[in-house]
Design a protein around this ligand. Structure first.
Ligand SMILES: [Zn+2]
Length: 391
């Protein structure tokens, strides 16, 4: 343990109000009355797939019972393009929305954040990309995740697809919600493979936050450790028995804690190398991360083995020996989770060929925002070698 770290300056921000309780979404109207007594016209932001599950019916009924008018924007798609954000903002303005509720996966919550800052503002979306560029105020915002992965309910980041394969991020403290609600009843229907990939994504958030080169801090460390404990003990249970409410709630809580952690101690090379897989081959975010994870960890080991060993004590408690041996145990355990849950473990299984690796390495090197945080410097040659190992 590096005691010097306690003297390093740091700052930490998160969402001011959090509620973790199975079934609480059925009482959403009461929560709105309590937290936002002036709200009259809510806009619920979700995707069509989730809308069809019927799981939104009870929260909507609860809002109406509390006297709110409820609009629904359900055209959110994975990796939302700018056009989706702008049409959602149009809908919010038409409805005279005074409360935005993101109810869905990372994409729905990311769109909800941008609606909240755009609907009452003259600022254009394209001037918001980057860090700290959001001006003006935003509408009250509630986030309710329906997957246990992105942690978007507690991050100040929104990712938008701006071209065929390119994405840009809006990062601003204004994107922190007023209230995040964790209700595992909303996640009971998730298929095992989605549970696995999104859960591994959350574990990657904790691992990368704990080993980040910049902004590593004691609060993020504690959150990452607790997140990994909850996620590693519950991910296989939640995959094998999707109706296990306790395991599902633990996964949601773990994903949120990991989100709070990486919102303040940012992600690194796993995410940087995952983005081209998602961008070019349309592989979901969690799976993209899982595919490169073991290979990035092995690459980072010379610089981060001591920290990985601390995480191995949580994820793979039986591991013993040197830091290098424990790092290998951590890698094997993450690999085991992927194999047991049946998700793809090799790039070739998602359509990547040897001939694609150069382009992917080029694209990965553009993720400088993430690469700069990696505990070991990643060159283009390194990135290509990591992809080749993952092929
Ligand atoms: Zn992620």
């Amino acid at each position: 343990m590096n005691t010097n770290a306690s003297f390093s300056p740091f700052s930490f921000s998160t969402v001011p109000n959090l509620i973790s309780e199975p079934g609480i979404a059925q009482r959403l109207g009461n929560l709105v009355t309590q937290h936002f007594p002036h709200a009259r016209r809510a806009l619920l932001v979700t995707d069509n797939g989730f809308l069809k599950t019927g799981l939104v019916d009870a929260p909507i009924a609860s809002l109406k019972n509390a006297g709110l008018a409820v609009g629904i924007y359900s055209d959110v798609v994975a990796d939302p393009p700018e056009a989706v954000v702008l049409s959602a903002v149009h809908e919010a303005r038409q409805n005279e929305t005074d409360l935005v509720i993101g109810l869905g996966g990372g994409s729905s919550m990311d769109v909800a954040k941008l609606i909240a800052v755009l609907a009452g503002s003259d600022q254009e979306l394209k001037t918001m990309y980057g860090i700290g560029n959001v001006k003006g105020s935003r509408l009250p915002l509630i986030q309710i995740p329906t997957t246990a992965g992105t942690g978007s309910e507690v991050t100040p980041i929104s990712i938008v697809t701006t071209g065929a394969t390119t994405k840009m991020g809006v990062v601003s403290p204004k994107l922190y919600a007023d209230l995040a609600i964790l209700d595992a009843e909303l996640t009971l229907g998730l298929p095992a493979k989605v549970t696995a990939a999104t859960g591994i994504d959350a574990m990657v958030h904790a691992i990368e936050a704990y080993t980040t080169k910049h902004k590593k801090n004691p609060l993020s460390d504690m959150l990452a450790q607790k997140a990994l404990e909850l996620l590693s003990r519950n991910i296989l249970v939640a995959c094998e028995d999707g109706r296990n409410l306790a395991a599902r709630q633990a996964m949601l809580l773990g994903a949120m804690l990991a989100g709070q952690s990486f919102a303040n101690a940012p992600c690194a090379a796993v995410h940087a190398l995952a983005y081209p897989i998602g961008g070019i081959f349309h592989v979901p975010h969690g799976l993209s991360n899982s595919l490169v994870l073991p290979h990035v960890l092995r690459f980072n080991a010379p610089a981060a083995a001591d920290l990985y060993a601390e995480l191995a004590d949580i994820v793979s408690p039986g591991a013993s020996g040197s830091a290098e041996a424990k790092t290998e145990a951590l890698i094997r355990q993450m690999d085991e989770i992927a194999r047991r849950t049946g998700i793809e473990t090799q790039l070739r299984q998602v359509g990547v060929a040897e001939a694609d690796l150069d382009r992917m390495a080029d694209d990965a090197m553009l993720q400088t925002r993430l690469l700069t945080n990696n505990p070991r410097e990643v060159t283009r040659t390194d990135a290509r070698a990591i992809y080749a190992a993952a092929l």
